[in-house]
Design a protein around this ligand. Structure first.
Ligand code: PLP
Length: 399
């Protein structure tokens, strides 16, 4: 039997450099320096307008961000921003006036983190793991940031991590075996700070597993220096969850930075957010996932966009996400398929969302459909009558 594959899954994989793009006169040494990239990040209307023709919606949005989530885009990532205001890279980092439209279902703390902090800066929601917020700054700001209430330092609410109290809480809480460093972006801290934090965590015997959530490998791959990799590899087992939403974000620079991390023994997963006009189509998603695998990155979670204030222009329906997963599972490598999750509003934590493959089920058997829609029957243990009917089977027969 011939197996046919839809062309959606067969796109050629191509890595392109971001450099030099809109910055042809910058010496290579500067471009490759993460401090240069940060110093020259585009933050102001005038800087952005120098390179891009802004739409009215964007111009108004940028002026608005003085008191909400700040605007910042590294030159590296800015080179990936297309000329069309609806470009998928551009929608992620360029503010739009729609951010000021607040739907009544939206919240400033959609995942209910502030109410789950035993110590300021430490979110302890699940039994064995904690989220440790180690900085409020990022290299660039995602417009749909779930933590925009504290991130970027321009809003009234400030992240006030109590460092000593947080470490003491971890030391006296043996149920915590997994610490997730996030923020903000932990890899924006200096090498010495990162080393100190990881060293302190590694002194706690019950902490087995440490991971870092970071978009730096995508926004600022220049930060993934050999010196940083050397520090990270002292603290294994260490995982990093990167955040990439669109295949164009995976440039040669990003691929090479990820290669340095994986060579240092860091396991890398990707978390993406399902965003309208960015990655809500199967061809884009399949290309992203396949490119991630080529960088040895395992797609980990696909998030339904949180109900963060001012995000309605970026959110999709849940059916869109379910359809995407259905279009992937079985059609392509299982390693490429992330788990689609929704972080429950108000603080319920992550809940998996899956297409339904169960057609019907009773005590005797389950009827399932496969990725092609064909149906299959599997007997429940003790369910289907065999030569000698078990009491359970007899009972089921009578139902
Ligand atoms: C996402 C998250 C974690 C980690 O969850 P995993 O499913 O283990 O990746 C831990 N704590 C909080 C508060 C989180 O939001």
């Amino acid at each position: 039997m011939a197996i046919t594959q839809h062309p959606v899954y067969q796109r050629e994989i191509e890595f392109r450099p971001s450099a030099p793009g809109r910055f042809p006169d910058v010496p290579e040494e500067d471009w490759n320096s993460h401090t240069w990239q940060l110093k020259n990040s585009l933050k102001k209307l005038s800087q952005l307008e120098e390179h891009l023709e802004l739409s009215e919606e964007e111009r108004a949005g940028i002026l608005l961000t003085g008191t909400k989530l700040a605007t910042a885009v590294t030159p590296h990532f800015f080179n990936l921003v297309g000329e069309d205001p609806d470009d998928p890279i551009r929608r992620q980092v360029m503010p739009r006036i729609e951010e000021s439209l607040v739907d009544p279902t939206e919240m400033s703390d959609p995942c209910g983190e502030d109410s789950h902090m035993p110590v300021p800066g430490l979110v302890h929601r699940y039994p064995d793991r904690v989220l440790f917020l180690v900085t409020d700054r990022c290299a660039s700001y995602c417009r749909y940031c779930t933590r925009s209430r504290v991130v970027s330092g321009v809003s009234d609410q400030k992240l006030e991590t109590q460092w000593e109290a947080a470490f003491e809480y971890l030391e006296r809480t043996p149920s915590v075996r997994d610490v997730l460093l996030s923020g903000g972006d932990p890899l924006l801290l200096s090498d010495a700070r990162i080393d100190r934090i990881l060293t302190r965590l590694r002194q706690i015997p019950h902490i087995q597993f440490v991971r870092i959530g970071s978009r730096i490998p995508v926004f600022l791959p220049q930060r993934i220096t050999p010196a940083l990799c050397e520090i990270l590899q002292k603290h294994h087992p260490l995982f990093i969850s990167i955040h990439s939403n669109h295949p164009r974000e995976l440039t040669t620079e990003v691929r090479d930075g990820l290669d340095r991390l994986t060579r240092a023994g860091v396991q890398i997963g990707n978390q993406s957010v399902l965003l309208r006009g960015v990655n809500d189509s199967l061809p884009v998603h399949a290309a992203l996932l396949h490119k991630l695998l080529m960088c040895r990155v395992k797609p980990y979670y696909l998030y339904q966009c949180d109900l963060i204030q001012g995000s309605s222009h970026l959110r999709t329906s849940i059916q869109t996400g379910l359809d995407l997963i259905e279009g992937l599972r079985g059609h392509t490598s299982g390693y490429a398929v992330p788990q689609y999750v929704l972080d429950a509003p108000g603080g319920g934590g992550k809940i998996p969302l899956n297409p339904n493959y169960v057609v019907s089920r009773n005590e005797e058997r389950i009827v399932l459909r496969n990725y092609e829609g064909k149906q299959f029957v599997y007997p429940e243990v003790g369910g289907m009558p065999s030569e000698v009917a078990s009491p359970v089977a007899t009972q089921a027969d009578n139902l």
